[in-house]
Design a protein around this ligand. Structure first.
Ligand SMILES: Cc1cc2nc3c(=O)[nH]c(=O)nc-3n(C[C@H](O)[C@H](O)[C@H](O)COP(=O)(O)O)c2cc1C
Length: 202
């Protein structure tokens, strides 16, 4: 089969890209709105893309009413945000937190998340997350009429005790069970891991 993206509808392109490029990691972005409400939502057009400086990338579409997503509004207003990573324990709550609710409603409450304070940024992080990256806005790229690509610089990392070896900084695989997004409402675990020949970096 051959496909020309310019002959596909936007929805068809979305289906092809998200249906083929998987699993995608999930950024559970947390911010606080102007009126003080703790906001969070999952974003799986997401990845860590660079270590010097340490950058993550998140891609925002529009809400159903064509307005900007609340997370993006809060990022643009404060130039800060938090990326919480998602493991099996919080997968269900993460999914629930994707509901489009009015700005006055906190997804923390809907999903049963607790707020924990950040060290550098003003937004709350999710206490139940295995890892949270405090981020400063590095660059915004507006794409088309419905997409905003946000690059965030990780300025502080919170990791659950025991997850990262304090000396080697290696992550303990046995204590870390992130989930990935397949497409739509489909997810995967990272339980089937395997080795190929070669050495791990120091
Ligand atoms: C697993 C998952 C991944 C998602 N990824 C994205 C994404 O990458 N970009 C996006 O714009 N919306 C994404 N969404 C939809 C948003 O989470 C949803 O629109 C949410 O209500 C936005 O909340 P906010 O307006 O509070 O930011 C995703 C939803 C789920 C369940």
């Amino acid at each position: 089969m051959e496909l020309s993206p310019n002959k596909l509808t936007t929805l068809e392109r979305y289906k092809i890209l998200t249906g083929l490029v998987f699993p995608r990691p999930i950024a559970l972005v947390s911010t606080r709105s102007e009126n003080g409400v703790a906001n969070c939502a999952p974003y799986s057009w997401f990845n860590a893309i660079c270590e010097d400086p340490p950058l993550v990338i998140v891609s925002f579409g529009a809400r159903k009413d064509s307005k900007l997503k609340h997370s993006l509004i809060n990022i643009l207003r404060t130039e800060e945000f938090v990326v919480n990573l998602v493991d099996e324990d919080i997968a269900n709550s993460m999914h629930i937190s994707s509901e489009e609710v009015p700005e006055t409603v906190s997804e923390f409450e809907i999903a049963g998340f607790s707020e924990a304070p950040c060290t550098v940024v003003k937004h709350p992080r999710i206490a139940e997350a295995p890892v949270s990256f405090e981020c400063k806005l590095y660059k915004r790229v507006e794409v088309g009429h419905m997409r905003d690509i946000i690059l965030g610089e990780v300025v502080h990392v919170h990791a659950r005790d025991g997850l990262i070896d304090p000396t080697t900084k290696r992550v303990s695989e046995d204590d870390y069970w992130p989930v990935g997004r397949l497409y739509g409402t489909r997810y995967c675990t990272t339980r089937q891991r395997f080795n190929l020949p070669g050495e791990l970096p120091e």
